[in-house]
Every structure is written in C-alpha cells, then in structure tokens.
Design a binder for this molecule. Structure first.
Ligand code: NAG
Ligand code: NAG
Length: 331
C-alpha cells in the first residue's frame, strides 16, 4: 500500500541522514526507531471513512459536488449571520463555513476578524466586548445588501448550529486559534447536538488546534487548512513586505511547512480532509490525497468557470462566497 511506501521512504531518509551525521549505525537505528515510536504513540487515527464520507460528501444528487458557502456566503448576505445561513440553504449550498470567535465574557459567537469594525457598526476588538454589547450591533451595517438584511445580529455559536441543523447544512467550523478554549467549546456543542458528528468538520490553519480537537474528542471529523507560501506571500500571491533575509527565512519556513502538511501533520492529526487554496489544486493533487484517504476541498472558488472545473473535472467540493454570481474573492 502506498502509505507503507511513504513511511518506508521517510524513515529511510531519517536513517540515512542520521547515519551521515553521526557515522554510527547504532545511533541511526535508535533515533529512527524513536521517531517511529513517537509517530505511533502520538498520532490520532482518522474517524471511520463512512463517517467522514457522510460529512464531506453529503447526500447531494449523484455527480454533484458539495458546495460550501464561505462565512455562510459573504457575497449573498452579511457574513456569519443566521440570514446568510438561510440564504445559503435557499440557494442550494450543501454546507456553510463559519468562523468561531469569543466575546469578552467568553460566549462563543460567529465573527471572522479580530475586530467588529469591518462587518458591524461597532468598533474595537471582539475580545473586549460583552455579549450584550455585541448584540446591540448591526451585523449588516457595511454589507452591499444592508437594506435587505437590516437588523441582523451577530449570532452565538449555538444559534448558528441550530439554524444549520434545521436546514440540514454541513458545517465547516473554522477555528483561528485559542486551541484549548475552542476545542472545549466545540466538544460541548457536539455533545449537545450529536448530529454534528455526522454533519460537521472542524478546520484550522493551525495544526495545534486540530491536534487539540482530536485529543479532546477523537470522534470529531477534522481538516487542516493550507495555503502554500502563506508565510512569505499574501493571499493574492504578492510577497509580504519583509527584509531580504525575512523573505528568505519565511520562504524556507514555507517549504518546510508545506512538506510537513503533506507528509507528517495530516497523519499526526488524523485529518479526513485538507482545505487548500484553489490555485494549487490539480487532478494529480486530488489523486495524491485520495490515495491517503483524505478529501480535498478548494477555497475560495468564486467564478462560474472555476466552479465548472471543480464540478466536472476535479469532481471535488469547494467553498465559495456566492451561490448566485461571480464575485471577487475575500480571503
Ligand atoms: C448599530 O445599529 C443598531 C441597529 O440600528 C443600533 O441600535 C445601535 O445603536 C448602533 N450602534 C452603534 C454603536 O452605532
Ligand atoms: C451517524 O449516522 C449513522 C448512519 O446513519 C448512524 O448510525 C449514527 O447513529 C449517526 N451518529 C450520530 C451521532 O447521530
């Protein structure tokens, strides 16, 4: 099997490297064995394939790929709101991607940014606002369709989950950080709504968040989010403004991080899917992961031409800002 081949190759590489470094077959054997034991002891097996399939390939008509509304569909309605969830469902999404955040008094809510400025009529970091203060804000304040959606509030995590279950939508919980808090809160919500084990996935750019989630509740379906060159370049591909050394260093880290994602991290965390920036996905790439039992989901796929490519050629699910029309990407 391919995975055994993979492992043989990595451990052989480690063996040879240590051998070259120490000139000792004993040390090389010992260190390679230790690394192997570490991987075996600390990795989480993925959830059963049938469970991952229920979440990642929900009962869409045969031949149709899953379509997930980014931040519940930020182009079609104010992002991360109950109205957006309803709108996504009405327009044929199979799922929604939602961003988890916390208020000053620790209430889990939906918010993408660290501050409330971009999406609401309030200002300042969300971590400084009490839930009662947050609830007074207008979550549609700066949306292009604000008149249609006026009075929309920032929902709590639980309200959003109930709305999604009501509409039979898959949920992609996007977690930015605060691994311990997020894992604890999500574990609670899964216990309260066990249907989530069959209809939602926890995803993050941070392997630590996913590892913590699996540690807290190994039955949760998880995914790693990945964008190659994330540390050295912005989402649109332009280099971050750094010194020459900064560029070189972040470039090297990017290469290591990319390698780790494809060879170690996915296995250590036991993820069922990898969510990858759309420009890096090809048929070969999908095949690479399929051989390892991992689904690929592309983001953010915002034009009809690209959607057609995902639906008919790649035949994998994607995350989009609009179910209705072409739009510019929001990363
Ligand atoms: C934001 O809008 C809501 C609803 O219109 C309003 O009640 C509230 O006072 C506004 N808050 C601020 C800080 O402007
Ligand atoms: C998930 O779905 C399977 C198959 O339909 C079912 O047997 C199982 O009880 C479900 N799990 C939960 C937690 O609802």
């Amino acid at each position: 099997m391919l995975q055994t081949g993979d492992e043989l190759m990595y451990f052989s590489a480690v063996f040879v490297l240590v051998m070259l470094g120490t000139r000792s077959a004993t040390w090389a054997s010992l260190l390679t064995a230790l690394l192997y034991v570490f991987m075996v002891m600390f990795r989480f097996p993925p959830v059963p394939a049938e469970q991952a399939g229920r979440v990642l390939r929900p009962g869409a008509p045969p031949g149709d790929v899953p379509v997930v509304a980014h931040r519940a569909g930020s182009h079609d309605a104010p992002e991360n709101t109950l109205a957006a969830i309803r709108e996504a469902s009405r327009n044929g999404a199979t799922g929604v991607e939602l961003d988890l955040s916390f208020t000053a008094d620790g209430v889990p809510v939906l918010m993408h940014d660290d501050t409330v400025d971009r999406t609401t009529n309030g200002s300042g970091p969300i971590s400084k606002l009490q839930i009662v203060q947050l609830r007074r804000l207008d979550a549609a304040a700066h949306h292009r369709l604000k008149d249609k959606f006026s009075g929309e509030k920032v929902p709590t995590l639980q309200e959003a989950v109930e709305e999604c279950i009501r509409h039979q939508l898959t949920i992609f919980f996007d977690v930015k950080g605060q691994a311990d808090k997020a894992a604890a809160v999500l574990h609670e919500i899964y216990k309260k709504f066990p249907a989530l084990y069959n209809s939602s996935v926890v995803s993050s750019f941070e392997p630590k968040v996913i590892y913590k989630m699996r540690q807290t509740d190994p039955n949760v379906v998880t995914a790693l989010t990945h964008r190659p060159w994330r540390l050295s370049r912005f989402s649109d591909g332009t280099p971050r403004t750094l010194s020459t050394w900064g560029q070189l260093w972040t470039g090297i880290l990017d290469i290591l991080l990319d390698w780790a994602h494809h060879h170690i991290l996915w296995k250590l965390c036991g993820v069922s899917a990898i969510l990858v920036q759309k420009d890096f996905i090809s048929l070969d790439y999908v095949q690479y992961w399929a051989e390892r039992g991992v689904e690929v989901v592309g983001w953010t796929v915002n034009t009809a031409v690209e959607k057609d490519y995902y639906q008919n050629l790649l035949k994998i699910g994607y995350i989009t800002d609009s179910l209705l029309e072409d739009c510019d990407p929001y990363y």
